[in-house]
Ligand binder design. Structure first.
Ligand SMILES: Nc1ncnc2c1ncn2[C@@H]1O[C@H](COP(=O)(O)OP(=O)(O)OP(=O)(O)O)[C@@H](O)[C@H]1O
Ligand SMILES: [Mg+2]
Length: 274
């Protein structure tokens, strides 16, 4: 399965991008990554590493935050997309599910889902069919379809946000921190649905996660960001077995999280001494 993932066509390519906020704050310092068709790619890293910034750079949502891509390029299906409006990107099949879920609290679950179809021009029957499809993947949303979204649980709101994204018939979903604030069992449930959508509908995912453990169990490939740089990348299975990842990101050490750069300079010192 991993070999198949490797040979898949590349959908999204981020080449060496730099992002600056407010003209002065350099946050991404040369980030490169690629997302293959029908793959699940994880973007990992701790607080403030630059995961959300990377996703927003891709979906052109930085401008509203006074952020700017000042170097590098972002290509989707080989075409430069960094000067497009977010809605143009949605029309090309790329949609972001923002951190913190963001449902319209005063609308019902079903109304929320329908807002996801607003860019579509293929008629009501197609939209209705996709709504049923979303309910197949998220039976909880079907049960709650007439409830006001603001009164549903955190897990249901996350499902609603993903379901709404699906209503635009995306090829690629940029999913920001789906596990945030949810109980472990719900996190499993949501990642399970992501996997099923990936396998059955061929949706590609780029998911930003602090929860390395869960993300690496469901993703095919992972990138680890630290202070705006990719410090390591590889097949998810290989990253899970990597001693440094185990120690610093999978909580298999009680020394707390250090950074890869510390580990590397430590190793260098050790080599020097031996
Ligand atoms: N609008 C902004 N203006 C200035 N600095 C910002 C802005 N948004 C984010 N930053 C800074 O950019 C850095 C990266 O933030 P980002 O939100 O991309 O990290 P993250 O990896 O998503 O973190 P988390 O896991 O906490 O969501 C942080 O130092 C943050 O303070
Ligand atoms: Mg974030």
């Amino acid at each position: 399965m991993l070999d198949a993932a490797q040979t898949r066509e590349t959908l999204l390519e981020v080449n060496n991008i730099e992002v600056i906020y407010n003209h002065v704050i350099l946050v991404l310092k040369g980030v490169s990554l690629s997302v293959p068709k029908a793959g699940i790619t994880a973007l990992l890293g701790g607080n403030g590493a630059g995961k959300t910034t990377t996703l927003k750079a891709i979906s052109n949502l930085l401008r509203s935050e006074r952020g700017e891509v000042t170097k590098g390029s972002i290509l989707y299906r080989g075409e430069r997309v960094q000067d497009l409006a977010p809605s143009d990107l949605v029309a090309r099949g790329v949609i972001q599910v923002m951190e913190g879920r963001h449902c319209f609290e005063h609308l019902t679950v079903e109304e929320n889902l329908l807002t996801g179809a607003y860019t579509r021009r293929d008629g009501r029957a197609a939209v209705a069919a996709d709504l049923e499809m979303v309910y197949v993947y998220f039976p909880r949303l079907k049960e709650r379809r007439n409830s006001q979204a603001g009164y549903t649980s955190g897990g249901e709101q996350q499902m609603c946000a993903i379901g709404r994204a699906l209503m635009s018939r995306p090829e690629t979903i940029l999913l920001d921190e789906p596990s945030m604030g949810l109980a472990p069992q719900l996190v499993e449930e949501i990642f399970g649905i992501v996997r099923t959508l990936n396998e059955e509908q061929g949706v590609s995912f780029l998911l930003a996660e602090q929860n390395t453990n869960v993300a690496l169990r469901f993703a095919h490939y992972g990138y680890i960001l630290e202070s705006g740089r990719v410090v390591m990348d590889g097949e998810a299975a290989a990253l899970r077995e990597n001693p440094d990842v185990k120690e610093f990101y999978l909580g298999m050490s009680d020394t707390g999280r250090k950074s890869f750069r510390d580990v590397r300079s430590y190793r260098r010192r050790k080599r020097w001494l031996s």
